[in-house]
Design a binder for this molecule. Structure first.
Ligand code: HEC
Ligand code: HEC
Ligand code: HEC
Ligand code: HEC
Ligand code: HEC
Length: 430
């Protein structure tokens, strides 16, 4: 009798627990000690005024013009972000990376109620600056630390105090990985965890790639010297004492090398010409950049089958240091192979999604990852029966910022397309 009561009691507890896990607010991000606190801007030197990008523009116009075209400058106003944020009940945690400066946030974080630093104790922020909030990842989000402007020279004759960055990639880590172990979290990479992905494939050497693909290698973004590509991710990411992701040596991450190409110019009007870097950070919103990640070949195979011809599409991520696609788990490639008749009607179609699939409830678990790790070629085949009325075969690769179903679910009324083609080729059979 007692055992029976205990079993029933435990079963009810389990059902309640799982039920709660299914409906509770989603806590996806685990912030490390640094990211959990907004950047303290209490010691801004007068020359930087209110820290707005426009103030930097007074002297660094070119940098401002470039930044304005980027998604960093829209990290708060971006309609997709805004819709998603509202759908996610306006969680505080999103501000940590989309508006990281204290004055970009309407509330001051006094502390956290929980160990995961997800449930903050907030107070109204008298220094809140809404126009700065609208600048998202603004200049100061990357450049302002402890009353100084960080840069790679450290010895320029600037009117503001400067501090030397040992390595420019240090800047990216704060937001492009939200590492952290949590008991209910079993993912290989955190969401938006690009930094961790660079590490995951660092042991694969470029020389291992199929020669088919090597022929068509894109001029590599990082360096024309292939051996340098092998340096990416060499000095690995580790886990800190509280489970957070730590990058002891950021130099081999390559983020800046690929996303901020070198350009010789002056920092200020009539200033000294220096080696600088473009401030464009192109990614998933730019078809040209996405194309750069892939080497692709569509060709006919020697077929051993009598009444069939076989066509293959081989593709490899040779241009990105992380997975392709990377970033939010919403992104994916769709690889479609089709057999067409003379009027371009589809006779057969085979579509494959290259996507990371995460189960969010009741526990956070990576179910599947069909994206392209760096330098691992993948081949898709389509067989054409020789006696059919097939006229041609076609391969199309499209890039998707998010899935149509999700767009509908969060009610995001996009003004710009949420997907586009990055490759299309048709081969006629005769
Ligand atoms: C009043 C003009 C002025 C303003 C305002 C200004 N800067 Fe500068 N900054 C300079 C000058 C001058 C240099 C040095 C140029 C040189 O020596 O080539 C400089 C240097 C820099 C450097 C290189 C530092 C190094 O030594 O590595 C960075 C980065 C920088 N500024 C960022 C910013 C940012 C971000 C803002 C706005 C928050 C800003 N600056 C506002 C004039 C200004
Ligand atoms: C303060 C946080 C923060 C820092 C620091 C930061 N990023 Fe970002 N980055 C973001 C956010 C947030 C987005 C997404 C904005 C959006 O789409 O709403 C983003 C987007 C991007 C994109 C995607 C562009 C696209 O078209 O989708 C690239 C590439 C990128 N960042 C590269 C970098 C690099 C390289 C560095 C280091 C130099 C860096 N970021 C530093 C927060 C940051
Ligand atoms: C996402 C992070 C990020 C943002 C936002 C950002 N920068 Fe930078 N900036 C960097 C990095 C990283 C470097 C160092 C590049 C290098 O290695 O030379 C840099 C370098 C500079 C330099 C020195 C020249 C150079 O290229 O090294 C100036 C000046 C500068 N930034 C100004 C600005 C201004 C002005 C803004 C806003 C309009 C801005 N930055 C926004 C990351 C950022
Ligand atoms: C060898 C070059 C290379 C290196 C190194 C590299 N990237 Fe990329 N990155 C690319 C290319 C090419 C793309 C476009 C294809 C894609 O989205 O995967 C891209 C895309 C991105 C995106 C866009 C994701 C989206 O959803 O829009 C982000 C964010 C990003 N990179 C951040 C980083 C960060 C952070 C690092 C360093 C940890 C880094 N990248 C290192 C080449 C590189
Ligand atoms: C640890 C830092 C971090 C936190 C916290 C964070 N983000 Fe982001 N977010 C990023 C980065 C980095 C990117 C760029 C990666 C990419 O482009 O795929 C991004 C991109 C996005 C995008 C894609 C925007 C676009 O234009 O395609 C959306 C939507 C988004 N975040 C929503 C959220 C929401 C909602 C929250 C809070 C629940 C949140 N983010 C919390 C770092 C963060």
């Amino acid at each position: 009798m007692r055992t029976k009561t205990i079993v029933i009691g435990l079963s009810i507890a389990l059902v309640i627990f799982l039920g709660w896990r299914l409906i509770r607010p989603m806590n996806v991000f685990v912030l490390n000690e640094q990211a959990a606190w907004p950047v303290d801007t209490s010691e801004v030197p007068a020359v930087l005024g209110g820290l707005s990008a426009k103030e930097c523009a007074a002297c660094h116009q070119d940098f401002y013009n470039e930044w304005q075209t980027t998604i960093h400058s829209q990290a708060w106003t971006d309609p997709y972000f805004q819709t998603d944020w509202q759908f996610d009940s306006k969680q505080h945690v999103c501000r940590a990376c989309h508006t990281p400066l204290d004055r970009q946030q309407p509330h001051t974080v006094l502390g956290y109620r929980d160990k995961d630093k997800w449930d903050p104790i907030l107070e109204d922020n008298p220094n809140f600056d809404m126009s700065l909030q609208h600048e998202g990842v603004t200049c100061a989000a990357c450049h302002y630390r402890d009353g100084k402007i960080v840069g790679v020279y450290g010895n320029t004759n600037a009117p503001h105090p400067v501090k030397k960055l040992d390595d420019p990639n240090q800047v990216c880590v704060r937001c492009h990985v939200a590492g952290g172990d949590k008991w209910d979290n079993f993912v290989r990479f955190p969401p938006c965890g690009t930094v961790a992905e660079v590490d995951a494939t660092s042991d694969i050497q470029i020389s291992e790639i199929d020669s088919n693909i090597l022929d068509s290698l894109k001029p590599l973004l990082l360096d024309k010297d292939i051996s340098k590509q092998n340096e990416i991710g060499k000095r690995v990411v580790t886990r800190g004492s509280t489970g957070e992701t730590v990058v002891p040596d950021t130099a081999s991450l390559g983020c800046v090398q690929c996303h901020m190409p070198v350009v010789k110019r002056a920092l200020v009007k009539d200033g000294k010409i220096r080696k600088t870097r473009h401030h464009y950070w192109r990614g998933g919103h730019d078809p040209q950049m996405v194309k750069k990640s892939l080497s692709i070949k569509f060709y006919e195979r020697v077929s051993s089958k009598n009444n069939k011809r076989i066509f293959s599409l081989t593709l490899a991520n040779t241009g990105a240091g992380h997975y392709a696609p990377t970033g939010t788990p919403d992104r994916y490639f769709l690889v479609t192979l089709r057999i067409l008749d003379k009027d371009k009607n589809v006779i057969t179609e085979d579509a494959n999604k290259l996507i990371r699939t995460v189960m969010w409830r009741p526990f956070i678990i990576d179910l599947k990852d069909t994206r392209l790790p760096r330098w691992q070629p993948r081949t898709y085949n389509i067989e054409v029966p020789t006696n059919s009325h097939a006229y041609s075969v076609e391969a199309v690769i499209s890039y998707h910022l998010l899935d149509e179903n999700r767009r509908k679910r969060i009610n995001y009324n996009n003004k710009s397309p949420i997907f586009y083609d990055v490759f299309q080729q048709e081969i006629e059979l005769n």
